[in-house]
Write a protein that binds this ligand. Sequence first.
Ligand SMILES: Nc1ncnc2c1ncn2[C@@H]1O[C@H](COP(=O)(O)OP(=O)(O)OP(=O)(O)O)[C@@H](O)[C@H]1O
Ligand SMILES: C[C@@](O)(CCO)CC(=O)[O-]
Ligand SMILES: [Mg+2]
Length: 301
Amino acid sequence: MITCSAPGKVYLFGEHAVVYGESAICCAVELRTTVHVNKAEEVIIESVLGSTGLDFEIHPYVSHAIEKMRQFTDIEGVAIKVESELPVGSGLGSSAAVTIATIQALNYLYKCGLSLEDIAKTGHEIEKMVQGNASPTDTYVSTMGGVVMIPQRKKLQHLKCPIIIGNTNKFSSTKELVGSVAKLRSEFPSIIDPILANIGQMSILAEKYVNESDYRTIGRLMNVNHGLLDSIGVGSTELSALVYAARHSGAISAKITGAGGGGCMVALAEDDNAISIAKAIEEAGGEAIITKNTEEGVRLE
Ligand SMILES: Nc1ncnc2c1ncn2[C@@H]1O[C@H](COP(=O)(O)OP(=O)(O)OP(=O)(O)O)[C@@H](O)[C@H]1O
Ligand SMILES: C[C@@](O)(CCO)CC(=O)[O-]
Ligand SMILES: [Mg+2]
């Protein structure tokens, strides 16, 4: 049996805009998806979503990963078991983490010799296929770990401050939210395109502050990014409640992370106020997770 794991992520800047080629800065977090694979008589996929064979409805990412890996090797039957610390469909990159961990586990099991770059690229192709339109961000950061800038594929300085995630526990489908932004953009290109370009500029400006570990300035820009995400329709009452609870309890910054709609927000904290921010998020009706940036991308367990 081979076991691999891959991390989830939070966006400091640039979700949605990155789908249209703008820049984003994304940060791998210490919450991982673990995938066990073993040769078997038939295809069996087991996860919190159920137990299936090759199934593009219930297990689209894992099923496409098996199909893609069939381009490199002969896979007859395989038993795949997924365990995850990441909430499903919540903006923390659960789809990318399960995809990347599955590809790497199959890569080891069948000795395909894929490099990390190959794995990130194959993962991106799968996200595009399932999501309709997808940036390479989530799959790249899940493969490489650290803090990365996309589309430049540049590694930035490790983020040392505590990261607080607030989960609304309201499911959000990335495919649907990416579709709703596409619709808004096609109706009002002269309004929406400059907003997306502005978000991209924020990432370009913020690169320097990330590399200098200037969390105050990063935070001020993240708050602006939140407002722009709200303006393109990916906010919600529940997300706003958690964002403002975090800010009022002393967070350096608080914004939507990932596709939005429901799902999660992210706040940056000082070393000494992470717990009080987490409490404020819980009091506002969210589920709080205190985590940090990890340099560990996909790995063999
Ligand atoms: N533990 C898991 N086991 C099996 N499939 C999973 C698991 N976690 C996520 N998935 C797959 O990923 C889908 C959710 O992906 P989606 O892109 O909508 O949300 P996300 O990746 O959590 O958020 P975002 O893309 O905004 O970061 C699920 O419907 C399922 O197909
Ligand atoms: C909303 C989006 O920008 C981030 C999802 O985590 C979609 C993508 O980049 O594929
Ligand atoms: Mg996803």
